[in-house]
Write a protein that binds this ligand. Sequence first.
Ligand code: GLV
Ligand code: MN
Ligand code: MN
Length: 411
Amino acid sequence: MKNLKIDGDRLLESLMEMAEIGATEKGGVRRLALTDLDRQGRDLFIRWCEEAGCTVSVDRLGNVFARRPGRDGALPPVMAGSHLDSQPTGGKFDGAYGVLAGLEVVRTLNDFGIETDAPVEIVAWTNEEGSRFSPPMMGSGAFAGVFGEEELLARPDNVTGELLGDELKRIGYDGAAPVGGREIGAYFEAHIEQGPILENEGRTIGVVTGAQGQRWYEVTVTGQEAHAGPTPMKLRRDALVAASRMIDAVNRIGHDFPPDACATVGFVESSPNSRNTIPGRVFFTVDLRNPDDATLAEMNDRLRADLAGIAEAAGCAVDIVDFWDFPATPFDEGCVSAVRSAAEQGGHSWCDIVSGAGHDAVYIARVAPAAMIFIPCEDGISHNEVENATREDCAAGAEVLLQAILDRAVE
Ligand code: GLV
Ligand code: MN
Ligand code: MN
């Protein structure tokens, strides 16, 4: 069962068909979690899984599991998957690639009539992106016991306030299966790298050894609303001016902890957002990342000191809420070496890599042996409608996924 070939054309065709659901004019995908488009994506995935002979179950948070039985039903499944939701201006590959690479593995096992000892399950986790509902990685986090079901069902849409639980029910994915509480033999997630390393190094496969840590904050700056005409400049307490200085300070934190730090403000709301009223309140989010937990803690200290100083100088108040975080997460050595051997045996060029992005594998790694497989994406661009990956790289990643799964599912 060495060097089995998956069907690269079939994989790419499925990816492109999935990408039609929520397709944007610029060639990307907008398939926000628990929208009608998310439902259509899930329905298509389930149809394909059933056609491939899998039994599908949906848990109470909408995580979808498609099971191909093994010879020994008592063994815990070897799982492969990722997510089908996208960013607001997302691409065709982020998430969908990992889910459909899992499907391609099952289709290939069927083509060759290969039985595994352990069952193989493909999973599509609910709301990985955390864009419509925050935090991210919700379905996998709940499966791993990081979040409670009730707290997630009560989370509001960041813009409209609709509740996650209502939306889940509305699209018919409030399933019956309990969330988590069952064993996974091993979990493998294939994903585009979403950064430039593999492309720059000329490697096809990233053997992902772990993921960097992240901290998310919610910041509210409060000044005073006043008239844009009669209020002299020196008397103003302009929350948006203070926030803009804070945003610049966040960006500087990213630059001041080289080589790996990242710092981003990606969501801003100014109130009352009226052209001739001095803004009295600004809400924004901060995303800090570093592969080293001690450095991430230093970045956190800098953030608090810088924002407090800027607020004071601007006559504003600032409130910083620790919204969500996870520490740097190493993946399971056995699963990582299964990926490395699969890449080596398949004759693919590879290198070890640390994930800059968060992934469902980060949470699953808390309850099961887990690892990831990266493939290059064009110009390292992701979370963008132009996101792209080649047929050859997609196929190579799925082949490595297949071999890593066989490594774990056949005794
Ligand atoms: C996931 O998309 C992340 O923000 O890392
Ligand atoms: Mn993703
Ligand atoms: Mn993403």
